[in-house]
Design a binder for this molecule. Structure first.
Ligand code: MF3
Ligand code: CO
Length: 256
């Protein structure tokens, strides 16, 4: 069942979304050579505490890992796709890209967003990877409209990524969001004809999160049980926003 939110509930989700946006802006500004992914984690946790919000990821049980996640951020560097864990020894260096993914719960409602930040100068190919991934999310956002169907959103990401020669990760997907971090429906970054294709209606909220590899689509999970990396070592980018379906079109809750 896809839960539809009232206008009052969407206002609460807006507050969560804007807090996530603020946190990600601060973290983006912190990213530099010599900063560790644990430095980002500590800054994020402090900002959440000061805002009176709960971290959405810390303590979140993921069946595939068989345990709860231990951090407020996922920090996935270079060939790490998602669920990279903050580490005081993981110093960022020029040419890296770092995906920062975080969520909060505020007033009972979740917000969840991610972006991928370059560290100093990056290669032309990696710049294109970031641009195509970000653009695929924007094209998907445009499709989050009453009367459209879920596959319109998924297909927007898939078409743009494929036509630019990159590959889509299939093991990890976007999701509905509200009083739970993960609600129905699943939002793959490709049209999955085995799934249902519900019509989008006002009050639905989707977290759309393209994960795009520069090389092949295959992902493997490291022995730490969490970090998903590209099998071929190619770089991977990740962007995410929460978008509400409204009578006035898409409302991106996780940015101003
Ligand atoms: N942003 C991811 C998602 O939406 C990460 C959450 S998994 C967690 O599913 F374990 F880190 F919480
Ligand atoms: Co998410």
């Amino acid at each position: 069942m896809i839960v539809r939110k009232t206008a009052a509930e969407l206002e609460k989700m807006r507050s969560s979304g804007l807090l996530v946006w603020q946190i990600l802006q601060k973290l983006r500004e912190m990213v530099a050579e010599g900063v560790s992914t644990m430095d980002l984690e500590m800054a994020a946790e402090k900002m959440m505490r000061e805002a009176g919000a709960f971290p959405a990821f810390k303590g979140y049980y993921v069946p595939a890992a068989g345990e709860a996640y231990k951090f407020v951020l996922c920090t996935s560097v270079n060939s790490e796709i998602v669920h990279g864990m903050p580490n005081p020894k993981r110093m960022l260096k020029k040419g890296d890209i770092v995906s920062i993914d975080t969520g909060v719960k505020l007033n009972g409602y979740y917000g969840d967003s991610a972006l991928t930040v370059p560290v100093g100068e990056i290669s032309e190919e990696t710049r294109k990877l970031l641009q195509v991934t970000q653009d695929s999310l924007e094209l998907a956002i445009e499709r989050v409209r009453s009367g459209n169907r879920l596959f319109d959103v998924c297909g927007a990401v898939e078409d743009h990524v494929k036509s630019n020669g990159f590959s889509i990760v299939r093991e990890y997907v976007g999701h509905g969001i509200g009083t739970q971090l993960h609600e129905e429906p699943q939002v793959p970054n490709y049209v999955d004809r085995k799934n249902e294709n519900p019509r989008l209606k006002p009050g639905m909220v989707l977290a759309v999160e393209p994960m795009v590899n520069a090389g092949g689509p295959e992902a493997v999970v490291l022995k730490d049980k969490w970090t998903a990396v590209t099998k071929d070592g190619s770089y991977s980018a990740h962007f995410e926003h929460c978008i509400a379906v409204t009578d006035n079109g898409p409302w991106v809750l996780t940015r101003p």
